[in-house]
Design a binder for this molecule. Structure first.
Ligand code: NAP
Length: 467
């Protein structure tokens, strides 16, 4: 069940937020955050009830808790730090109100500590046990998943999650693994704890209420927060009625992640900075990905991890819709991960390739692998008559939307009306470079097109079906 935490600082705002919490099965009233809360105010909040309510007061004011019980609130949440004796007393007075006893560690996820707290809370016989710990590493989420499984075997109702950016995976998957509730925010900026996701996203994108023990796919990278893959894949899974979910794994130690999650995942997208490093952890690599030396897609088949590269096909398909690449002069700006894939594809299509980059050495290394021309970004004005211009840098990406790798006056000299200009940046979809190129009469291709193409190929590899 979806619980929306009401984090309003005043009674007035709390009443408004409760009205807006339409996506919630329950609402959690965080009394400690409502500055003007009083006993009569609490009565107003509980009596004005639109949803079932959990009353929480992290300031441990037992007067408010007892009042909530008297008002027959559905749940109260007592922190274990209130003390065992007090908790026993309140449990004996609770009537029909259900009691959640919780433990929070805002600094770390300590497996032994958590299991000890679980055992301590279990002895108090609350209706629900809640454990929330801070994830310092993506693998901390597994401590939470193991705990939920253990509670399931012992027939105990549990809410368990990791807080923080690296713990978001647990917020999405814990309910699917059998946790009672998931705590979410009303909207961005209204989080009650670090890493809380909005109820709208959990319900409509991740479908947390509909999926039980789904097949797990995801993105592994660092950072992952700007990626839109989770929207594309989850929406497609939903539309096609598939019991799959796609989550973002924010990873620092790739080897540790693969070890811990290999058994759990069915497939992965791979992004910065792991596209090359990941190869050493795979059982097999598709020949194209092997040649490029970068993997952006992993599929698990019969327990084996197999790597592919769908970036190359995603980009080349998009360009070929506009122009036949053979013998065309193609100038690529950049020499990072995405350029590696695109440049490889251009060579395969027999385009005449030049790679220019801010750091010339990187352009040189790649150009030598591909046997093509290279140069520094500062020499861009030396190139003319370019049929296909490709931006493979992040220049122009949100929030720097007014930046471009090639000023319009220079662009006019490099390309002509028949040229194609492709920007790998997909946020925004029309970058400054593309706007300038379009105004000069060139055909333009947005990075969005490449992104959707590669995600489509990835989806086919993940599921065997067309997106
Ligand atoms: P990367 O490996 O980090 O490479 C970044 C490249 O951009 C390097 O060549 C770097 O030059 C250059 N660069 C960055 N800032 C620059 C600046 N201020 N001035 C000049 N050059 C600069 O990154 P990547 O994975 O290749 O990603 C590059 C872009 O492609 C990003 O915008 C990303 O969002 C986009 N992308 C799009 C898709 C898609 O499907 N559309 C897929 C993947 C990536 P140096 O070598 O000198 O540092």
């Amino acid at each position: 069940m979806i619980v929306i935490s009401i984090t309003a600082p005043t009674m007035k705002e709390a009443l408004l937020d409760i009205k807006q919490a339409k996506n919630a099965d329950l609402i959690e009233l965080r009394l400690d955050l409502i500055k003007d809360i009083t006993l009569s105010g609490l009565e107003k909040l509980i009596k004005n009830k639109r949803k079932r309510i959990i009353v929480t007061d992290r300031r441990k004011r037992l007067k408010l808790i007892r009042k909530a019980i008297e008002l027959k609130v559905d749940y109260i949440d007592l922190d274990i730090m209130v003390g065992e004796e007090t908790i026993r007393e309140i449990i004996s007075e609770k009537n029909n109100t259900k009691v959640i006893v919780s433990f929070h560690d805002y600094r770390k996820t300590d497996k032994r500590g958590i299991n000890r707290r679980y055992a301590q809370i279990k002895k108090l016989k609350p209706d629900v046990i809640k454990i929330a710990a801070f994830a310092r590493d993506i693998n901390d989420n597994n401590v939470i998943f193991d705990l939920i499984k253990k509670a399931g075997i012992e027939n105990k109702k549990i809410i368990a999650l990791c807080m923080g950016k690296k713990g978001q995976v647990s917020r999405i998957l814990s309910v699917m693994y059998g946790a009672e509730f998931i705590f979410c925010s009303l909207r961005e900026g209204k989080e009650a704890a670090p890493g809380q996701i909005t109820a709208e996203t959990l319900k409509n994108i991740y479908r947390v209420c509909d999926l039980k023990e789904p097949k797990i796919f995801g993105l592994v990278g660092n950072p992952v927060k700007h990626s839109k893959g989770f929207i594309v894949h989850n929406k497609a899974f939903g539309k096609m009625n598939m019991r799959n979910v796609y989550v973002n794994f924010l990873v620092e130690d790739l080897a540790g992640f693969i070890r811990a999650y290999k058994g759990m995942i069915s497939g992965l997208s791979v992004t910065i900075p792991f596209k090359r490093e990941v190869i050493k952890y795979l059982d097999k690599v598709d020949p194209i990905a092997e040649e490029i030396g970068a993997v952006n897609t992993i599929v698990k088949r019969a327990g084996k991890l197999i790597g592919y590269n769908t970036d190359v096909k995603g980009a080349i398909d998009a360009i070929k819709e506009k122009i036949n690449i053979r013998n065309k002069k193609v100038l690529i700006i950049g020499a990072g991960g995405v350029v590696r894939a695109i440049a490889f594809g251009i060579k395969k299509e027999k385009g005449k390739l030049v790679i220019i980059n801010r750091t010339v050495k990187k352009a040189e290394v790649l150009a030598k692998e591909l046997n093509c021309e290279y140069g520094g970004l500062d020499k861009i004005n030396e190139y003319t008559g370019i049929d296909v211009l490709i931006n493979g840098t992040s220049i122009g990406m949100f929030p720097d939307v007014n930046k471009t790798p090639v000023k319009k006056t220079l662009l006019r000299k490099i390309v002509c009306r028949e040229s194609v200009v492709f920007d790998s940046v997909y946020n925004p979809s029309m970058t400054k470079l593309l706007k300038d190129a379009a105004s000069l009469g060139c055909s333009v291709i947005s990075g969005e097109k490449m992104f959707i193409n590669q995600a489509g190929h990835q989806f086919k590899l993940f599921t065997g079906r067309r997106m």
